[in-house]
Design a protein around this ligand. Structure first.
Ligand code: SF4
Length: 529
């Protein structure tokens, strides 16, 4: 439980590291918006900020928005950092900068929890979730805020129940600078997909907040300036189906009372398609997108990776069912699996055409520590840990160059403007058309919303419609949407499509790496993430 106050107040600087340029952070969309600079507010770091003793001043800096300054470090007495594996270099860099001011630096979050060895320079390692290790860290800093002589590793044995989590300190973040709001309802997942570290890190029995906590968080996000889409960062929204069923009526009621000012998105397993009662309620709550880790359309591959639950309904049928409730499917795809054959790339492209999914994060297989995949490849001596020139640490069964070439070809073909816009057009006609028709409430008709839409429209017309090199495709789509008076169906897809097109071009020309597994957009209920 949060310590109310501790006699020796400490100034804590929480710094969230920059993301490496990636497919999943939509950075090429930002110039089309009204000032977005970052993807989602980091749940964990804002959670720890809220958990600290109430008389400890906290400053939060997201280096995706601005770098921590000399003044920030001079103000601070200790620095907290967190992030995922792909932010490793940036986290170590923050540590180096903080040490230049002789500040103690603590690191928490999913990366250090899985791989403490990655962070030899930090003074405190916080391994695991919010709990007794957090309390011990606070107690140590309260006693003595100088740098310890050697690294101290604090591991959580006794976790704080999620029902006792404070609301993340969203007030410290510049909410308007984020593309999406984020919220966490549960932690953990009951499945055991071979490549995934979630069950190993957070358990198979999902832990939960209460619906009342979630409503309070949504209200706080709104009060702090978030007015668009809130992403449930839970690794599997239906990891505990009963919990999802319990939450949805609260979301529906809140949306009705508040003029449907928010849209929701989440991650869930594809077998959600077998739960019409959940999908119907999600539609009513105005969920608009579900990220499904489809991973591969090949049944043999799904079996091999222990993701059989994706086959509970035929994949294309599952996607169509979700679409019929007004929700677009975003899909994760992995290439470089042991079951891949020379024709895998072509099969994947056919699947993309058939499924009409516009947005798929296509990555090369990467083995994460603390996963069954890591253990198997280690046994088979197929982990490659000393070659920075590769985009994956897996020794594929097919030649590496062939796998990489297939990936590049898929990226290039899948995100050709004509093909991508055709898939978005399908979504407009068949998916978005199934969405709840929400009333244009006074909460939606605000001057701020109108201004925002106009700025985006201006940017899109100028940067894509006039200066862009795929303007013919854009105008064909845009004029169609305008004829339908569908401004929303115009802005959303164009914004996302621009990022996908630009990123894919860089990827296929070798300027982006191919194993950004962190694109699954997951975050975790650990401190300082
Ligand atoms: S990939 Fe998804 S379904 Fe599989 S274990 Fe991880 S979180 Fe669960």
């Amino acid at each position: 439980m949060r310590v109310e106050s501790i006699e020796a107040p400490r100034h804590i600087l929480c710094v969230f590291p920059r993301y490496t340029s990636s497919f999943g952070t939509f950075e090429y969309s930002y110039p089309l918006t009204d000032g977005v600079q970052a993807f989602m507010p980091p749940q964990g770091l804002l959670l720890i900020a809220a958990y600290l003793p109430e008389n400890w001043p906290v400053r939060f800096v997201d280096e995706n928005i601005r770098a921590a300054t000399k003044e920030d470090f001079e103000w601070a007495e200790a620095v907290f950092v967190s992030g995922m594996h792909i932010q490793r270099q940036q986290m170590n860099d923050i540590c180096r900068r903080a040490h230049a001011f002789d500040l103690p630096v603590a690191i928490g979050g999913p990366s250090v929890s899985a791989c403490p060895d990655y962070y030899p320079s930090f003074d405190y390692l916080h391994v695991g979730e919010l709990g007794d290790a957090t309390d011990e860290l606070v107690a140590r800093l309260a006693r003595d805020c100088s740098r310890p002589e050697r690294q101290v590793v604090l591991t959580t044995n006794d976790r704080v129940p999620m029902t006792e989590f404070p609301i993340p300190a969203y007030e410290l973040a510049e909410m308007k600078r984020y593309l999406l709001g984020s919220i966490q309802y549960s932690s953990g997942c009951p499945y055991q997909c071979e490549f995934c570290d979630i069950p190993g890190l957070y358990g198979r029995n999902p832990r939960l907040k209460s619906p009342q906590q979630i409503i309070a968080e949504i209200e706080k996000l709104r009060d702090c300036g978030m007015t668009d889409t809130i992403y449930f960062v839970d690794d599997n929204f239906i990891g505990n189906r009963k919990a999802a069923v319990d939450l949805l009526p609260h979301l529906i009621e809140w949306q009705k009372k508040n003029g449907y000012v928010m849209r929701f998105a989440c991650e869930a397993t594809l077998n959600i398609a077998k739960r019409p009662e959940i999908l119907e309620k999600m539609r009513e709550a105005f969920f608009v997108t579900i990220f499904c880790g489809i991973e591969t359309p090949d049944p043999d591959a799904l079996k091999a990776m222990h993701k059989d639950h994706n086959m509970m309904v035929p994949i294309l049928e599952g996607v169509r069912t979700i679409n019929s409730y007004g929700m677009e499917v975003v899909s994760g795809i992995i290439m470089g699996l042991d079951t891949d054959k020379p024709g895998t790339g072509a099969a994947l492209l056919s699947f993309i055409e058939e499924s009409r999914i516009p947005l798929l994060t296509i990555n090369l297989l990467q083995a994460l520590p603390k996963t069954p995949l890591w253990d198997r490849l280690e046994r088979e001596k197929r982990l490659i840990l000393d070659d920075d020139g590769r985009d994956s640490n897996v020794d594929f069964l097919l030649p590496y160059d062939d796998v990489l070439a297939a990936w590049k070809k898929c990226m290039e073909a899948a995100y050709q403007p004509e093909r991508l816009y055709a898939r978005f057009l399908y979504q407009c006609d068949y998916t978005y058309a199934n969405r709840l028709k929400v009333p244009v409430s006074p909460e939606l008709k605000t001057w701020a919303n109108i201004r925002r839409g106009l700025i985006m429209l201006r940017n899109i017309i100028w940067k894509v419609g006039i200066l862009g090199d795929y303007k013919r495709v854009f105008w064909k789509f845009a004029l169609g949407r305008l004829r339908h008076r569908d401004i929303e169906g115009l802005l959303g897809p164009v914004l996302i499509a621009h990022h996908l097109i630009v990123f894919a071009r860089k990827a296929s020309s070798g300027q982006q790496n191919a194993s950004n597994y962190s694109l699954r957009l997951r975050e975790a209920s650990v401190p300082a993430e």
